[in-house]
Design a protein around this ligand. Structure first.
Ligand code: 13P
Length: 252
């Protein structure tokens, strides 16, 4: 059985003034059960200060992207080792916004995930179909291809997380039905189990896309949904903690 992970993705939001939100989230995790992880993936500028605030609490801090190279002439990029050095434990790779804004491919996502693993980080590898792909009946085919291309071989022997984020659900207020989520998560689980055996059965599969306190319990109850990757609702401590509480209540 995969562990539960509730992860926030702040995207390009957050200034020093918002460190108070991180503190409030950390405070709200008191008495966290062992079989659930809570983390916030912050903009790079806040990773070090966020990690310092979260030190000694149950909140973990992640980055949102990393370069596949360890170091070098890559102006504006950040390496996995830099994120780890700043106090991150996780990093998102292959988010659809990176794929759309920066043309990142499955191969790059896999290379970034490998770089993250080499630096001691847990990669959160994102996949998800567009609306056009879903409407043309290709959602499962597209997502399976992304999983095969974006999840590196090392996932068989080390900790990785996979997030299913249908592009059409991100920031739109539209979510798939529980049946649609279940169908895609089952396909991802089957692909990972086929490739990695028992290790594939233990990889946490997160759902992401317009997840909020009002729909979290229903989504988290879906078979093979092991948590959430939350954008907008992670910017408010109260909303993020409500989703976390929904996950905790399903553990017991
Ligand atoms: P929203 O929760 O804002 O839809 O974003 C989801 C997401 O992209 C998380 O990575």
């Amino acid at each position: 059985m995969a562990r539960t992970v509730i992860a926030g993705n702040w995207k390009m939001h957050g200034l020093k003034a918002d460190l108070a939100v991180i503190q409030a989230v950390a405070d709200g995790l008191a008495d966290k059960p062992d079989n659930i992880e809570a983390l916030l993936c912050l903009p790079a500028t806040l990773v070090a200060s966020g990690a310092a605030l979260a030190a000694g609490t149950d909140l973990e801090i992640g980055g949102q992207s990393c370069h596949q190279a360890g170091r070098g002439a890559h102006t504006g990029d950040i390496s996995a080792e830099m994120l780890a050095d700043a106090g991150a434990s996780h990093v998102i790779v292959g988010h659809s916004e990176r794929r759309a804004d920066h043309g990142e491919s499955d191969g790059q996502a896999a290379a970034q995930a490998e770089a993250a693993i080499a630096a001691g980080l847990t990669p959160i590898i994102c996949v998800g179909e567009t609306l056009a792909e879903r409407e043309s009946g290709k959602a499962l085919e597209v997502v399976t291809k992304q999983v095969l291309g974006s999840v590196p071989e090392a996932a068989g022997t080390t900790s990785v997380i996979v997030a299913y984020e249908p592009v059409w659900a991100i920031g739109t207020g539209h979510t798939p039905t529980p049946e649609q989520i279940e169908e895609v998560h089952a396909a991802i689980r089957a692909t990972l189990s086929q490739r990695f055996g028992d290790a594939g059965a233990k990889i946490p599969l997160l759902y992401g896309g317009s997840m909020k306190p009002g729909n979290a319990a229903e989504i988290l109850a879906v078979q093979d949904v092991n948590g959430g990757l939350i954008g907008g609702a992670s910017l408010k401590a109260e909303d993020f903690l409500a989703i976390y509480a929904a996950a905790v209540s399903q553990l017991s």
